[in-house]
Design a protein around this ligand. Structure first.
Ligand code: BGC
Length: 371
């Protein structure tokens, strides 16, 4: 992982750091023979099992995984480690990945579920084996101990509001297409709910899809179908739940010869998404700072593995369909448009201007004054 990102991770996590520093302090004293032997050393030699749902969306292996690994290292004075598995969108694979981690006796799990219901049995198995579980980003069902994410209904609202703003007085002059995420992901339902709460009554939804497995190629195929059903000149805007799908949607619009492109939303502030915003192909994304989310997950996981309380990290609670009052950390989100690239992803060290403005994006960046 690069140092620039690590710096950003530390900066945003400053407040939560007091707790971690305290933990590090006790770790360093573990060699003290006057203390009960073993406990602190054992406490720091933690193995965290990290399970992420897919790798077609850039965030998981570019940000979430390296950020969590770095934070676990830092919190355990270099003694802790992360074993990582990616389910590549397959819920059955993810269940066996949990089984393997239970067999290998990891001390704690951080799970971003492919399917929030299908994972519940595996979470129960982990708990029965004495392994606490932190649900990451998606609220997994079953007896989880902690949760960290963003306010996901708010993400949908931010997207819906931005689309309305882009449409202005043209909001009802044609159809909008809504491309939601996967039905197995509870976040997708929240994004959809938030977006509808802003858009309903103010736009005409001509076609709406729940996109299988969040796949950009499925969004591309759905968009092609929407274009033939509605007519390419009738589509005034597209709600896309994330940047990966926005890429597939914009390709479909371009291949159909739609010009100018209607406003298209997104989420994740992926580099490709930010570059499409610079180029004027995508209207917005939602910037979700991954560092505080990853930091909270690592802190809660390490605390749980050591049998410590979560009060100092988790200030709120959420209810899942199966489990009430789960200690939680929800990180705020920001709407990202061409006007605030510098104040968000560049400022937080997620990307440099040079990365965003590389190659064919140089001219568009210059026009935006991004340097
Ligand atoms: C995450 C998004 C991501 C999507 C597809 C959601 O649960 O919150 O950031 O784009 O899954 O993986």
């Amino acid at each position: 992982m690069n140092t620039r990102f690590r710096r950003a991770a530390f900066a945003v996590a400053a407040s939560a750091m007091a707790v971690s520093l305290a933990a590090c302090g006790s770790a360093k004293e573990s060699g003290d023979k006057t203390k009960p032997s073993g406990s602190a050393v054992k406490g720091d030699a933690i193995t965290v099992g990290l399970l992420l749902p897919e790798n077609q969306t850039a965030r998981y292996e570019k940000f979430d995984q390296p950020l969590i690994e770095a934070k676990v290292k830092e919190l355990t004075g270099g003694k802790g480690k992360v074993v990582y598995a990616n389910a590549k969108q397959d819920a059955t694979t993810q269940n066996s990945q949990v089984d393997t981690m239970i067999t290998n006796k990891v001390n704690v799990l951080i799970v971003d579920a492919v399917d929030s219901k299908a994972i519940a049995g595996s979470i129960k198995k982990a708990k029965d084996a004495g392994i606490p579980v932190v649900a990451y980003d998606r609220l997994a069902e079953g007896p989880i101990d902690a949760y960290t994410s963003f306010d996901n209904e708010e993400v949908g609202k931010v997207q819906g509001k931005a689309l309305l703003e882009a449409l202005g007085d043209k909001a009802k002059s044609g159809d909008i297409v809504m491309m939601n995420g996967s039905v197995t992901d509870p976040n997708a339902a929240l994004f959809k709910k938030g977006a509808h709460s802003e858009l309903d009554g103010k736009v005409t939804v001509g076609k709406e899809y729940d996109t299988k497995e969040w796949k950009p190629e499925n969004a591309n195929a759905n968009m092609e179908a929407a274009i033939s059903a509605l007519g390419k000149d009738k589509i005034v805007g597209v709600y896309s739940a994330n940047d990966g799908m926005a890429g597939g949607i914009i390709t479909a619009l371009k291949s159909a010869g739609v010009n100018p492109l209607p406003p298209v939303t997104g989420q994740d502030a992926e580099l490709a998404g930010v570059q499409r915003i610079v180029a004027g192909d995508q209207f917005m994304s939602v910037y979700k700072p991954y560092a505080p989310e990853a930091t909270a997950a690592a802190e809660m996981a390490v605390a749980l593995a050591k049998g410590e309380k979560l009060d100092s990290v988790a200030k709120s609670t959420v209810d899942s369909p199966t489990t009430k009052a789960v200690p939680s950390v929800l990180v705020p989100v920001v709407s990202l448009t061409k006007d605030n690239i510098k104040d968000t992803v560049v400022k937080d060290g997620v990307y440099t201007v040079a990365e965003i403005c590389a190659g064919k994006y140089a001219d568009a960046c210059a026009k935006l004054g991004l340097k």
